[in-house]
Structure formats: C-alpha cells, structure tokens
Design a protein around this ligand. Structure first.
Ligand code: NMX
Ligand code: MLT
Length: 436
C-alpha cells in the first residue's frame, strides 16, 4: 500500500510541469477584468488565486478535484460499519486528487491516531483559559502554540532547499490535523463538562470517531456518522472563502502551518463566515421561543420580515459565490431525511419549514444576490438535536474540518513554489486618477 507521502511524491511532478507550462505559454493571457465594483466590493468575482483541491460553481456548488458531493458519497471509503464519508478519505482526495483505497484510508486513520496526543504544555495552556473565553479563541490560540513543534520552521532555520519545503509542510499538516480532535475536545470538556475525564485516543478509530468519543458522545452512532459527514463536507470550499484565503496569505510568507491555520481560525470566527452556524441556531431557537414549534408558513414569514426590518441578516442564507441552495445543505438535509429521529425533531422541522419560506421573502426583500440556504442553515440544528447543545462550540467543529482543505493547499503552494501574496491596493484618490 502506497503511503500518502509516496502518492504525493508521484503526483507532484506533473502538477509542477502543468504550472511551468501555464507560466511559459499563458503568462499574459487575460482571464477577466477588474472593475471598480470588484475593488470596493470585497474582491468578489475576481479570479485571483490558485487553489488546487476544489472549485466552486455558483449554481452547482463545490467539486473536490472534479467530484461532486454525491460522487464523493459513492466512492470515498467510510469508517468500518459506517456509511458516511470520513475525514481521512476526503483529506486523501484533497491532497492527491485520487480516491484512496480502503487500506490507505485505514493506514491514514492509524497514523493520525498515533500522532494525536497534545504536548503537555499545550494541555496546560488550554486548561488555564477561563471558561468564558470563546471556544474559537481558545482553538486559535492552541493551534498557534502547537507551532512549538513545527518541523518546517526547524528545517527552515537549519537551511533547506525550496524543493524540500513541501515534505516538511506535509509532516506539519498531518501532525496538526491529527492533534485537532484532542485540542478541540479538551476545549469542550473544560468549558462545558469540567472535571470529567477525557478518554485516550483509540488507535483503531478514525479521526472523527476519536473526536466524538473525546467529546463524550462516542456511544451515539448517528451523531458520530453525522459529524463524519459534516467534517468531510466542510473540509474545503475553494480558496477565496475568508478562512482558506487567510491561511493561504499567511502561509505565503513561509509562516508554518500552525500559525497560518491559527490565523484562518480567527477569520472563521466571524459571524458572516463560520460563526454563522452558531447564529443560525440562536436565531431558530429565538423564533421557536417566540412563535412556537408547530407554526404556519405565514408565521415564519412574519418572523423573517421582523429580522430583516431590524436591519439584521438572516443567518444561514446568502453566499459570496453560490447562487442556488448549497449542495452541502442538501446533503445534510438528506441525512436528516434518512434518520427518523431527526424527522421528528421540532428544531429540524422548523429549519425545513423556514427553507420553504425564506427564499421568497429574501427575493422580495431584494438585497441578497443569493436567497437560498448555505450549509450553516442546518448544520448546528442537527448537533442540537443529538444533545450537543452548546452552540458557541459549533464553529470549533467547522474549524477542525476546514483544516483539511486549507492545509492541503499549503502543501501544494510550497510544492509549486508559489510566491508571497501581495496584491496591489489603491486609495480612492488613486482610483479616481486611474479612471479619469
Ligand atoms: N439576510 C439579509 N440580507 C442579506 C443576506 C441575508 N442572509 N445575505 C446578504 N444580504 C445583504 C447583504 O448584507 C448586502 O446588503 P448591503 O447592500 O446593505 O450591504 C446585500 O444583501 C448584498 O449582499 P450579497 O452580495 O448578496 O452577499 P455578500 O457576498 O456580500 O455576503 C454573506 C455573503 C454570506 C456574508 C451574506 O449572504 C450573509 O451575511 N449571510 C448571512 C450570514 C451567513 O449565513 N454566513 C455564512 C456563510 C457560509 N459560511 O459557512 O461561511
Ligand atoms: C465556506 O464554506 O467557506 C463558506 O461557504 C463561505 C465561502 O465559501 O465563501
């Protein structure tokens, strides 16, 4: 069985060749215009960065190396006894562009489990945080501190060739992904279940199986399966989203993966990005408290208008790129449809009913370019139903997941020798001079 590193070693030269050819033959080819609206509008729509593992189509949604979510659900190996995609098989696909065999997936699970323990000083650091510190702040700080053991940084200090960067990057990325469950679960235990013992990592379990067990939900098979799917699906969403882009930018300075990903987590912690999953639940629960759970479409409509007229966004709706319902939202809804206990859940029924009304209300409101749900519209409500009710924690789970894609690109950026990111900015005066 070829290891992950051996597989990458084989695929990297052809990608390097592809980049060389693009540079040689098309360096001056124009692929789009930059308009003033792009410059003042958050760079929306500008094709401006290289990102290998996935591409987002506005109507069709995400494809991971060309595979749609249903394709991935068909071909990617699951956990033994499970039906859902697991983090390891998604990571393998993202990194190599290949579907791993069952044996390769298990080998990677074991490697991650073997590398999953936290250094004692990080445990102490995390234990010293006040329980009132937001779990995302704790996660970002814990990840940054893990850079104490960065192999890339140590090798860079000694002096290594550019062509060797990616191997040290890969080692750091695997170590970081391996340690995220123990770190994230420790934060959960400290904040919400203080004094309860944290189980040791089981070398025979997959990454998310271990994560769920450490969170204290290991005996809930359906929640474990849900988290496997959730973490695989949130893994990558091309490069322009705020967290992925942040890790790409910081990594381009040759900061190590721990610092780069820590920065990404602080972008993910904003309510317009990853924090939206906690906001959705807060909003749906407030709706339930105000109008009840057995409600009519008309009542939901009124509640939506109240939110919009209050000058707030409807959390879980809209997107910077997507112009249709997010296929990740659809996949999570399908998970709900396949599990009778979820169909009976009042909060999940409310999410579904909201989906039946919200697009028309948002269209009538007329502001958002995309009136349809994104993945966050449903992700937290399923966790809530299964008893993981502490919604300030939800973005941490997203943070465990997004490492798969963001760290994949760091490996590729170094393998391809991409330069430091440094776009040109303009002041309004400079812009006016330019368009005169
Ligand atoms: N509810 C109300 N208004 C909205 C919404 C919404 N869900 N989405 C966009 N708008 C408004 C937006 O605030 C803007 O208003 P203004 O002109 O006054 O500034 C206008 O519509 C145009 O925005 P768009 O160009 O459609 O959206 P943009 O690309 O700027 O932002 C989001 C994308 C995702 C930040 C935005 O749709 C939003 O705030 N959604 C709610 C929060 C959310 O669900 N975020 C999660 C994103 C997914 N994730 O996992 O990260
Ligand atoms: C994501 O998964 O990062 C979000 O859908 C936001 C985005 O793609 O911009």
């Amino acid at each position: 069985t070829k290891s992950l590193k051996e597989t990458l070693q084989e695929v990297i030269p052809s990608k390097q060749e592809q980049l060389k050819k693009l540079k040689a033959e098309h360096a001056q080819t124009v692929v789009g215009d930059v308009k003033v609206e792009n410059i003042i509008g958050g760079m929306r729509g500008i094709k401006a960065m290289l990102w290998e593992a996935s591409v987002l189509d506005p109507n069709e949604g995400i494809r991971f190396h060309g595979l749609t979510i249903p394709d991935c659900q068909k071909v990617l190996p699951t956990a033994p006894g499970g039906k859902e995609i697991i983090a390891e098989s998604m990571l393998w696909l993202l990194l190599t562009g290949q579907v791993p065999s069952e044996a390769q997936t298990r080998q990677l699970s074991r490697e991650l489990a073997e590398k999953g323990d936290l250094p004692a000083f990080v445990e102490k650091l995390v234990d010293s945080f006040p329980a009132t510190l937001h779990p995302m702040t704790q996660l970002g700080m814990g990840v940054a501190a893990l850079n104490h053991d960065s192999l890339f940084q140590a090798a860079y200090e000694k002096g290594i060739k550019k062509s060797e960067y990616w191997t040290y990057m890969l080692d750091d990325c695997i170590n970081l992904i391996a340690r995220l469950p123990a770190l994230a679960a420790r934060i959960y235990r400290n904040v919400y279940k203080p004094g309860t013992p944290l189980p040791a990592i089981n070398k025979d379990l997959d990454l998310v199986g271990n994560y769920t067990t450490m969170l204290g939900f290991g005996d809930n098979h359906n929640l474990t399966e849900y988290l496997r799917l959730y973490i695989a699906l949130h893994g990558d969403h091309e490069g322009g989203n705020a967290s992925a882009h942040t890790s790409h930018l910081v990594g381009s300075t040759l900061s190590d993966p721990y610092l780069s990903y820590s920065a990404a987590l602080f972008a993910l912690a904003g309510p317009l990005h990853g924090l939206a999953n906690q906001e959705v639940l807060r909003w749906q629960l407030a709706m339930q408290a105000e109008i009840g759970s057995d409600v009519s479409h008309e009542q939901i409509k009124e509640y939506l208008w109240k939110t919009l007229k209050g000058g707030q966004v409807v959390p879980g709706y809209g997107h910077g790129v997507l112009r249709q319902a997010d296929p990740r939202f659809i996949a999570l809804q399908e998970f709900c449809d396949a599990h009778p206990e979820l169909q009976e859940s009042s909060i999940i029924r409310l999410v579904k009913k909201t989906y039946e009304v919200a697009p028309d209300v948002l269209k009538e409101h007329g502001k958002t370019k995309n009136p349809y749900p994104n993945v966050d519209a449903t992700s937290g409500c399923v966790l809530y139903h299964y008893g993981l009710k502490e919604f300030k924690y939800y973005t941490v789970i997203f943070g465990v997941s997004r490492a798969l894609g963001a760290l994949t690109q760091l490996v590729w950026s170094r393998a391809l020798g991409l330069p430091i990111e440094r776009p040109k900015s303009l002041s309004m005066d400079a812009l006016e001079m330019l368009i005169k």
